[in-house]
Write a protein that binds this ligand. Sequence first.
Ligand SMILES: Nc1ncnc2c1ncn2[C@@H]1O[C@H](COP(=O)(O)OP(=O)(O)O)[C@@H](O)[C@H]1O
Ligand SMILES: [Mg+2]
Length: 360
Amino acid sequence: MEGWKLKDAIIRFERVTKLYDGVAVLDDVSFEIERGKFYTLLGPSGCGKTTILRLIAGFIEPSHGTIYFHDQSINQVPANKRQVNTVFQDYALFPHLDVFENVAFGLRIKKMKQAEIDKKVKEALRFVNLEGYENRRIQEMSGGQRQRVAIARAIVNEPEVLLLDEPLSALDLKLRTEMQYELRELQRRLGITFIFVTHDQEEALAMSDQIFVLNKGKIQQSGTPKDIYDEPVNRFVADFIGESNILPGRMIQDFLVEFAGKQFECVDSGFLPNEHVEIVIRPEDLEMTAPERGKLRVRVDSLLFRGVHYEICAYDENGNEWLVHSTKKAEVGEEIGLYFEPEAIHVMHIGETDDGRHEK
Ligand SMILES: Nc1ncnc2c1ncn2[C@@H]1O[C@H](COP(=O)(O)OP(=O)(O)O)[C@@H](O)[C@H]1O
Ligand SMILES: [Mg+2]
């Protein structure tokens, strides 16, 4: 285990399991968090994202395994002794207190002197662009402003790690996009570690240094947004991150794969001869051609205009569905060719995950 320990790890989960009524909602999970980066836990509802945050915050304890903070086990450390603050999904602000007192709350509990509280609250509000709002009531603040108050209340305690549990999900699309930029910028300015939770893959891709994709209490894959988009390790990740064509296939030999009834040159190697695999091709990597120029022939079933491109749904002669993004239009019922480079084919082992099987 020593081999994969990061030098600058601030949090480390070592084989952590959380059981509720005997059922593992987190199942033997190991990962590391480095100082000063923006991390995202991404996965569908119920996959265990909030459970991970609650374990880090100390609101619940692991059933098995160990959580380390700077290489010290914190399994026995109570929540209020951890250098961690949480921004909750519903913000959990105090409606009867004004903005200043909401932000000052944690400092008052620590019995800090008034002059110091004034200074720190002012600074935290400046960070989130809410200078001058000290005496506003929470009810008079918009959704985006409440969001900022919740963040100011968390960062005023100068945590080493800020946990954000789907903090943008209550906002409308435009505000959400604005807040994505703001949060990312705030993380850079503060230089502390953010662990951000979302079920929205576009949000995760746009914001993160590092993403953990979760499903059913297991980390499916961890990596940069580009790693995860370009090199998904399994069907779940490929499907969850953006639109994909995912087909069953067979690896004939290194650099040669069969799917849709044909053999294609590819760039993947290291599989067993004739290993059953799944292949992924992104819709934007398929080029529409004349039927005789394509590597595959398909018939257009439907199309939608998406502003920048057409989203074309077509079927090959084996009945496989193909999604194509093209700036050129096609006609429903028309036969077209699909051309793709060997690099566009991504071959995956069936059932592979990053957790356990592939320790780096
Ligand atoms: N206190 C609890 N008691 C029993 N089951 C729970 C409890 N908290 C969470 N769960 C279950 O654990 C699973 C993961 O929950 P959670 O971490 O909140 O998911 P997410 O945040 O990814 O939506 C869900 O199936 C949920 O129902
Ligand atoms: Mg949750």
